[in-house]
Design a protein. Structure first.
Length: 433
């Protein structure tokens, strides 16, 4: 096992020195499959994946010949799966808060955007984020990174799942990340073109965005239910899922009627809609971070006092919806919308998890949303997000109390990624972009 960091952390040194399967016993194991925490748990893993995880000792055929006890017993440590940010835009620089400077990134060539995105991606594993789901870019940056992930040169690079260019309507919201469906004769032809480009799923823009000055979604939805249904049908005929940008009660209603796979954002969702999402086994990705940034730092955009009041009301209602979703049993998956204004890649996801806990759900529920909640539903091409045999050996080891306060994910930890061991320091600030 190789050490990707020059740290002298003693745990990292031990793990990096072992050849063959590694057997650990830890004080607490958060499995990721639900909210279960196992005390005094065992895990056996190697570069190929997890061989054993659970309360019982592993069988002899899973450990090294002659081994009688764990390589390390870490009674003060918690182990949990690597985190998945289920809504990112790697071609955008969210850490840049100056609107004028942000606009510069959109004017870069596709090659330049890809170079920047590769740099952003490199830092994610050290922050504990071992998978990302891209949410659309018309320069195919996400598709290029997805292809690189499946190459022999990827190294310790997070799993990348990408839709290519999002799909919108001509002269409607999203031209910076989407290409209009009007380029083709039908939804089916548009979907086929995206899949030919390499899309793993189909990203649709069902609505515009929130009018913060009015405190509501004021524009009519881009796509009626009938059109969304045609896109969903076309995607499923190719074995692909649909992820749908949507806010506003009318837009959410259209998404539910067409049985999309995931609703992204979903501001102004109501309780009845949440129950229908649960019953249809759809996924909600609520993305608090971009709006909360505008609440916290309105001067970057120049919002008035009235707009600030609207923003606080919107976030408050979204928080109540998240709590209700948990009560109802809705499948909630965490995504930061990293790349949006003020949402830096990596640190923005930790901030998203903090906001979800602050909204009123437990740290355990937040961690489930960030690990295994979407594992069986989201159609990923690999098994991760859970500590169980057959999943990738991508997990975090920490002696901080992350099970009660997700802010402790910012603290020093050890990341294991396919057998490579990385020791990191505290991440309480956001150095660089």
């Amino acid at each position: 096992m190789s050490d990707a960091n020059s740290s002298s952390d003693p745990i990292t040194e031990v793990l990096s020195s072992i050849v063959g399967p590694i057997w650990l016993k830890v004080g607490q194991m958060f499995c990721g499959t639900d909210h279960t925490v196992i005390a005094d748990a065992h895990i056996v893993y190697d570069a190929d994946g997890i061989r054993h995880a659970g309360p019982e000792s592993p069988s002899r055929d899973l450990i090294r010949m002659g081994q009688e006890k764990p390589d390390l017993y870490l009674p003060d440590h918690t182990i949990l799966p690597g985190l998945t940010d289920a809504h990112t835009h790697l071609f955008l620089e969210g850490g840049e808060t100056d609107p004028a400077k942000r606009s510069v990134y959109l004017k870069l060539t596709a090659a330049e955007q890809l170079n920047h995105a590769q740099s952003r991606l490199k830092r994610l594993v050290s922050l504990g984020i071992t998978a990302v789901r891209e949410a659309g870019d018309k320069a195919s940056v996400g598709l290029a990174l997805q292809s690189r992930y499946w190459s022999n040169q990827r190294g310790s690079m997070p799993y990348v799942d990408a839709p290519g260019a999002a799909i919108n309507h001509h002269k409607r919201y999203g031209s910076f990340m989407a290409r209009p469906t009007e380029e083709y004769d039908s939804p089916a032809a548009t979907v086929a073109a995206r899949i030919a480009d390499g899309a793993h799923r189909i990203k649709l823009l069902a609505t515009g965005i929130i009018n913060f000055e009015k405190g509501a979604v004021t524009a009519k939805p881009q796509m009626p239910a009938e059109e969304l249904t045609a896109f969903v049908k076309a995607a499923r005929e190719h074995g692909k899922q649909t992820m749908v940008h949507c806010s506003g009660n009318d837009g959410v209603a259209n998404c539910i009627a067409s049985r999309v796979d995931t609703i992204e954002h979903g501001y102004f969702i109501d309780d009845d809609q949440l129950a229908r999402i649960r019953d249809a086994d759809m996924v909600w990705v609520p993305t608090f971070a971009p709006v909360q940034f505008q609440v916290d730092q309105p001067d970057h955009i120049g919002w008035s006092k009235q707009v600030c009041t609207n923003l606080q009301r919107i976030v408050g209602a979204h928080s109540r919806s998240l709590v209700k979703a948990q009560e109802l049993g809705v499948r909630v998956v965490a995504g930061s919308d990293a790349g949006s204004h003020g949402v830096a890649h990596g640190w923005g996801f930790i901030r998203e998890l903090e906001l979800m806990q602050a909204a009123g759900i437990s740290a355990a529920h937040v961690l489930h949303a960030a690990t295994g909640a979407g594992r069986e539903r989201m159609g990923y091409a690999e098994q991760f997000g859970a500590l169980q045999a057959g999943c990738k050996s991508r997990f975090l080891l920490t002696n901080q109390d992350v099970l009660n306060d997700v802010s402790n994910l910012r603290r020093a930890k050890i990341v294991v990624f396919d057998g490579t061991t990385i020791s990191t320091g505290d991440d309480e600030s956001q150095p660089g972009l």
